[in-house]
Design a protein around this ligand. Structure first.
Ligand SMILES: C[S@@+](CC[C@H](N)C(=O)[O-])C[C@H]1O[C@@H](n2cnc3c(N)ncnc32)[C@H](O)[C@@H]1O
Length: 407
């Protein structure tokens, strides 16, 4: 099992530097060297640079997985992680979520995926027949760690749900997931002066994974995709010690600012939205918005905080939150040709990268808002998923070579 000490020995002390990244400094070089090694050993491999919807690697067939990377999703909500991994050709084997409304939306969008509706505390690998997976994703509840909450962390029962992820991993025995991909709020790493993160790190290491602080990174939807939403989340990637010699995962880099799209492109501005989205001129907030908009930019996104209205100065949409969908607080607000209105769930879904999200008929706007605000941004996870796929391919190639050597 890798303790903190071992991780340091592998990695040196400074920036993200692993044994493998010393030898193969960039992803591209690593690919090249692996390709040469494969050729040498006579393995056929398709080292095409991956974009969305590319077919999975032939190496997965070798390991009896039926040609796909297999993914399981805990705290799946409406399936943000699942959608991104499906886009790289992975197969979603199962999901778990306890919220009835979120499961309804999930099943409508993933009719072929088994989504177990129950608390993770009741989820059991054997009893629920959870198939082993290569990648386990878990965007575990963030309220205990969020600046918006009381920040009780592990003193809050919801904080302890993290330990359920570890229990499930252990229940897989020899078939533990190869890669864990976790997500939480930005300040997760600094919560309780770093003690929370250290506990998480130790638990993951004890479960048999390479994982330290360097294997986590805060990524922002606005800088790491072309979607103009300010949404910072910490992503953590842990790699199974049985399959990887170290954790050499590389997080995607920020994109050039010129690639960022205009927030108005995500809105339906050519027709009037449903009446319920507009602030009535008699509403107590209408005047607040009028004043802010008269003093601000007409095309910007505004937001009502407790008793004042603020404008986003960076031409971005504010972070979409789970507690949107009430009386107007926290919801992004714009001005269109018909008045001052909140963004619709469809527009919010687009700002999370959902091109074609199906909404269950008759589901209340409050539930939809919560589900979209709770979700990860799909194109951001897609970039992480592509790098996970690279790591898996490399691991499979290593395994092929090792098996070849011992035959
Ligand atoms: C931040 S969201 C996860 C987002 C998601 N991973 C995605 O792909 O977009 C957290 C989810 O955990 C669910 N959840 C909270 N407590 C749970 C529990 N005890 N068991 C299962 N799911 C739970 C919530 O209902 C919520 O949908």
């Amino acid at each position: 099992m890798p303790g903190g000490e071992q991780v340091k020995r592998w990695r040196g002390s400074g920036e993200k530097m692993t044994v493998s990244s010393c030898v193969f400094p960039t992803t591209f070089n690593r690919r090249l060297v692996l390709e040469m090694v494969c050729l040498f050993f006579g393995y056929r491999h398709n080292f095409v640079m991956r974009t969305t919807q590319t077919p999975p690697s032939p190496h997965f067939e070798r390991f009896g997985t039926g040609s796909s990377v297999l993914v399981g999703s805990l705290f799946s909500a409406i399936g943000g992680f699942c959608r991104a991994f499906q886009q790289i050709g992975a197969k979603i084997m199962w999901a778990n979520e306890k919220d009835r409304h979120a499961v309804e939306t999930f099943q409508l969008n993933f009719p072929d995926v088994r989504c177990l509706r129950k608390s993770i505390e009741e989820l059991k690998v054997y009893d629920d027949a959870l198939e082993p997976v290569h990648i386990l994703t878990a965007g575990f509840p963030c309220q205990p760690f969020s600046v918006a909450g009381e920040k009780l962390g592990f003193k809050d029962d919801r904080g302890l749900l993290f330990l359920e992820i570890i229990r499930i991993i252990r229940e897989f025995g020899k078939n533990k997931p190869w890669i864990l991909l976790l997500e939480n709020v930005k300040n997760f790493r600094s919560h309780d002066e770093g003690r929370t993160f250290r506990r998480v790190q130790i638990e993951i290491q004890k479960a048999g994974y390479w994982f330290s602080e360097r294997d986590s990174q805060v990524l922002n939807t606005a800088t790491h995709t072309n979607i103009p939403q300010n949404r910072e989340r910490v992503f953590m990637v842990a790699m199974n010690c049985d399959h990887f010699p170290s954790n050499s995962f590389e997080f995607p880099a920020a994109l050039p600012i010129e690639t960022r799209r205009n927030v108005r492109e995500f809105l339906d501005l050519d027709k009037k939205a449903s009446e319920e989205f507009y602030f009535k001129s008699s509403s107590q907030y209408h005047q607040l918005f009028v004043e802010a908009m008269n003093n601000g930019e007409p095309e910007a996104v505004y937001q009502l905080r407790r008793s004042y209205v603020r404008m986003n100065r960076s031409k971005l949409c504010f972070t979409l939150m789970a507690n949107m969908g009430g009386g107007g607080h926290n919801e992004p607000v714009i001005q269109d040709g018909w008045g001052i209105r909140k963004l619709t769930p469809r527009e919010c879904a687009r700002l999370q990268g959902y091109e074609e999200l199906k909404f269950p008929e008759g589901m209340a706007r409050g539930h939809l808002g919560k589900q979209i605000g709770n979700s990860v941004t799909v194109p951001l996870v897609l970039r992480i998923a592509e790098n996970c796929l690279l790591e898996l391919e490399n691991a499979f190639v290593r395994k092929c070579i090792n098996q070849g050597e011992t035959e």
